[in-house]
Design a protein around this ligand. Structure first.
Ligand SMILES: Cc1nc(NNC(=O)[C@H](CC2CCCC2)CN(O)CO)c(F)c(N2CCN3CCOC[C@@H]3C2)n1
Ligand code: NI
Length: 182
């Protein structure tokens, strides 16, 4: 897994390019490496051994590839299958709920080496369309945690970082109907 780029690298603020099919071998390899990184980062032994920060998502721009591709690995309970494990190519949010939600702990980012406290308001439900490595179209409705992760990743494809959404005047401001996810 090549190095993850940090704030200041212009690639993080660029709009990533759509991926064209058929995928090159290079892009297929990149997709596999991104998912492998997430798997390793969620394995306590490997994360320790390779000094990896844990991740549930990784977007291609974070490894300096300005492509509309992201790997997402939202684990299930111990020993259960993952809740959402996909490489999303050219993902699009087709619709989004009025209902907003935020992680009560705020968010972090593997490309941001500092704590930025505050709620990151996101849509609680999204209807997501993406293409898989074989070019097959998928459409799924996501809610709560998986929806939050996917929105964080799609933001990266549009040059948006999580703290862009934090209220400058009151980082922990909540609208009365905003859900908080523990
Ligand atoms: C919420 C969380 N964020 C972790 N890190 N940040 C990330 O993933 C960034 C993306 C997430 C930040 C908020 C929404 C998306 C990476 N990003 O920058 C990509 O754009 C975690 F690591 C984590 N978990 C819970 C599940 N646990 C399973 C066992 O292994 C440890 C793992 C820890 N939950
Ligand atoms: Ni991130």
């Amino acid at each position: 897994m090549d190095d993850i780029i940090r704030e200041g690298n212009p690639t993080l603020r660029a709009r990533a390019q759509k991926v064209t099919f058929p995928l090159t071998a290079e892009i297929k390899t990149l997709a596999q490496e991104m998912m492998e990184f997430l798997e390793n980062s969620q394995n306590p032994e490997l994360a320790e051994k390779y000094k990896l920060r844990a991740g549930v998502g990784l977007a291609a721009p974070q490894v300096d590839k300005s492509l509309r591709m992201t790997a997402v690995l939202v684990p299930g309970e111990e020993g259960q299958p993952a809740i959402f494990k996909h490489v999303l190519i050219n993902p699009t949010i087709l619709s989004e709920s009025v209902q907003m939600i935020a992680l009560s702990e705020g968010e972090g980012c593997l490309s941001v080496d500092r704590e930025v406290p505050g709620y990151v308001p996101r849509h609680d439900k999204i209807k997501l369309r993406w293409y898989d490595l074989d070019g097959q179209e998928h459409i799924e409705r996501l809610k709560d945690y998986p929806a939050i992760v996917v929105q964080h990743e799609i933001d990266h494809l549009n040059g948006i970082l999580f703290y862009d959404h934090i209220n400058k005047d009151n980082p922990f401001a909540t609208t009365d109907d905003m859900l908080l996810l523990e």
